[in-house]
Design a protein. Sequence first.
Length: 454
Amino acid sequence: MSDPTLFSRSAEPLAARMRPQRLEDFLGQEHLLGTGKALGDLIRRGDVSSCIFWGPPGSGKTTLARLIANYTDRQFEAFSAVTEGVGRVREIIKEAEERLKYEGRGTILFCDEIHRFNRAQQDAFLPWVESGVITLIGATTENPSFELTAPLLSRCRVFVFEPLSSDHIRTVIERALAKSGCEMRDAGCVDHDGVDALVQYAQGDARRVLNGLEAVLKHIHAARIPHPASRDVVVSVLEKPLPSYDKSGEQHFNLISALHKAVRGSDVEGSLYWLARMLAGGEDPLYIARRLVRIAAEDIGLADPRALALTLAAKDAYHFLGSPEGELVLAEAVVYLATAPKSNRVYTAFGHATDAAAEHPAEAVPLHIRNAPTKLMEELGYGAGYKYAHASPNAYVPQDYLPEVLRGARWYEPTEYGYEKDIKKRMEWWAGIKNKATDATATGDTATDGKAGT
């Protein structure tokens, strides 16, 4: 433990001390910073304009903003939308105007958690971004499409950050251990299993792992634990990591989308994984159950009519059992839906019918299928010519049920999968009867009227 300041109360946090000072030392975001990538080339040319960094905590947004200031020789002014307001923004802008006027040096205003500003507060940036007095770099963990105003987005490029990979996190740990005099070797401060525990704890967040590592190292020092510390020691120091999940934000919609698409794609393992992720993150299980009911109707449909009944039963069973026992019922429903034959033909057919209803909202109901509860209505022809289906041996009589302008429409086309295969055969049989009756009417032979299917 050669770094005596590691355990000093006044020492800067390890995460701050480990912040890279060169672009070459920055870990992750290769899709933005690699050779030929937009942001990396802009930084190397010193030509970075206002932008928004969108990504999870600990992915390097603040660090990269500081590096941009260094590479472009601009003053870096940090600002938090959580703890500061527009008044502080005005102070920074005034200083930036004077700096630009008297020193010819630009200013990067880094606004952390920019999504916390309301519309009026965000608009306060606009004239100064437009005039070039400041270069705004906003950092947010929330989807800018929903949280930032259109005028601000139109003046800023959005760059999407990804969580750091396990290899990146491992490198962060190795560098920090080396800086603290604990290089990774047999006599190091933390053994390899302990490092694996830290990597798992990080969940792609460099700040999180450095804070966790610092807590472990201080514990080792205070408790005089022999080196290297084992996985058990590391786990005992760190609280159980909460899964990265936000029940009302971007993660919520991303994970339910992943679950829906995995079920639709008949991937059992993927479906179970995303279900488990959502439950571990604290999602309302009944919300998941409602989504599963939707999946049963939209993606399985009549290819397996039992899917909807089973999913509704799973919802009721969860409501009856509660957690954690009821979560197994949801898992059973997810596996059933993932392995069921798929069809979205009812979903698409209803979409076509909805479009037709919007395009023809006032078509009259054909007289022969109108109700005639009064004598006057009978005299006006209501119900005249209606053929009662059950009067036919096969309970089917060919007649029209759509307004004349829509006759002949075919919106529902069953697949060849599951129960829809039987539905398709039945519909083709009915179509044959109807075509035969139509041909007979055209030739004047109406002997089969009322005897369809015989």
